[in-house]
Design a protein around this ligand. Structure first.
Ligand code: GDP
Length: 368
């Protein structure tokens, strides 16, 4: 599962990416540079692991992780090949969801790069438009080609009539400069549309990169408010972050971090929120396993059943699945330990059809 960080030049993408990956990259994982994109695995913060590690005196704690890729190089005209545009688009094509960073901080020392507005004033609406339009242009080409193909098929096969109608409606929306994700499809329509992977249909989180002084009182930042309206109109999430502060926070140890955050009047670093929201956006949840050797969060798709979850640990666990001994993390936390949880009947024995919930602490019984 991969998230791509996109946005115009100089909006703070690299600053954000570095802050994300700096303290959160697993030593065993990689951080590499390929063409014009940086890749990095980022740990998903999860306080539940701390409790389980203490409870079991685990030697190791292994959090879940997701991959971020910093995709540089988008400028106006990218979809037409400007500024190495095709490479940029192919990077976006590979990701499961998009983090769109928008500049909402004022700083005369940092040039505002927006070829359309032609001046240096910040304008999140026009900035967002440029990026979205490049994705929309690329989608338009794909859909136009598909419409031509379907029209040819239609001459001998009337069954594609519905497909053609859907494509023509989509083409109209794209031509209006709107992203494909603004359309609500039925599951059946979705199957038809998703035969063409579209960039403007990818799930998105808007990151408002705000100034150092805005974090405390975010609604006072007019750029943020404008971006918030855009996000609302697309049913997309928006997260305010000051990338510069996040980069500074990362240099601190845990104690200093807490002090620094409380001085700023906030509880959690924006990055933690961003990582957790990204995880949710991708439709992912974690189940947990814990013992003296290790406490670990395992990533599964929401809706996965117990044997599939077991298969994440080892294919033998899935093949020979018998039962899953399961307790909800919050129940365990309230009881304090497994024995009390068992006494109170909170440890359940679940079978093959059980749909695993986020935070389930599981011990699998299997036979191979
Ligand atoms: P990118 O081109 O989008 O990757 O942008 P960079 O991350 O390289 O940032 C461009 C410039 O903006 C750098 O000089 C950063 O130090 C600065 N910058 C990034 N985020 C912030 C911020 O939140 N506040 C301020 N004042 N400057 C920032």
């Amino acid at each position: 599962m991969k998230l791509g960080i996109v946005g115009l030049p100089n909006v703070g993408k690299s600053t954000l990416f570095n802050a994300l990956t700096n303290s959160r990259v697993d030593a065993g994982n990689y951080l590499s540079r390929s063409s014009n994109a940086n890749l990095g695995m980022v740990n998903v913060p999860d306080e539940r692991l701390d409790f389980l590690t203490k409870l079991h005196k685990s030697e190791k704690t292994i959090p879940a992780s997701i991959e971020f890729i910093d995709i540089a190089g988008l400028v106006q005209g990218s979809s037409k090949g400007e500024g190495g545009g095709n490479k940029f688009l192919s990077h976006i094509r590979e990701v499961d969801a998009v983090i769109h960073v928008v500049r909402c901080f004022e700083d005369d020392n940092v040039i505002h790069v927006n070829d359309a507005s032609g001046d240096s004033r910040l304008d999140p609406v026009s900035d967002v438009d440029i990026v979205n339009m490049e994705l929309i242009f690329s989608d338009m080409e794909i859909i136009e080609r598909r419409i031509e193909r379907v029209k040819k098929v239609l001459k001998g096969d009337k069954s594609v009539e519905k497909e053609l109608k859907l494509l023509e409606e989509l083409s109209e929306v794209l031509n209006d400069g709107k992203s494909a994700r603004t359309i609500n499809y039925t599951p059946e329509e979705e199957l038809i549309i998703d035969e063409s992977p579209l960039l403007s249909r990818k799930k998105i989180i808007y990151v408002a990169n705000v100034g150092e002084n805005d974090i405390k009182n975010i609604s006072a930042n007019e750029y943020y408010n404008k971006l918030n309206e855009i996000a609302k109109s697309e049913n997309a999430e928006i997260i305010p972050i000051c990338a510069k502060i996040e980069a500074e926070i990362n240099e601190l140890d845990e104690y200093e971090k807490t002090e620094f955050l409380s001085d700023l009047g906030i509880e959690k670093s924006g990055l933690d929120k961003l990582i957790q929201s990204s995880y949710r956006l991708l439709g992912l949840i974690s189940f947990l396993t814990a013992g003296p050797k290790e406490t670990k969060a395992w990533t599964i798709k929401k809706g996965s059943k117990a044997p599939q979850a077991a298969g994440k640990i080892h294919s033998d666990f899935e093949r020979g699945f018998i039962r899953a001994e399961t307790v909800a993390f919050n129940d365990l936390l309230e009881c304090g330990n497994m024995n009390i949880a068992k006494e109170r009947g909170l440890v359940r024995s679940e079978g093959k059809e059980y749909v695993v919930c986020d935070g389930d602490v599981i011990l699998f019984r299997f036979n191979v």
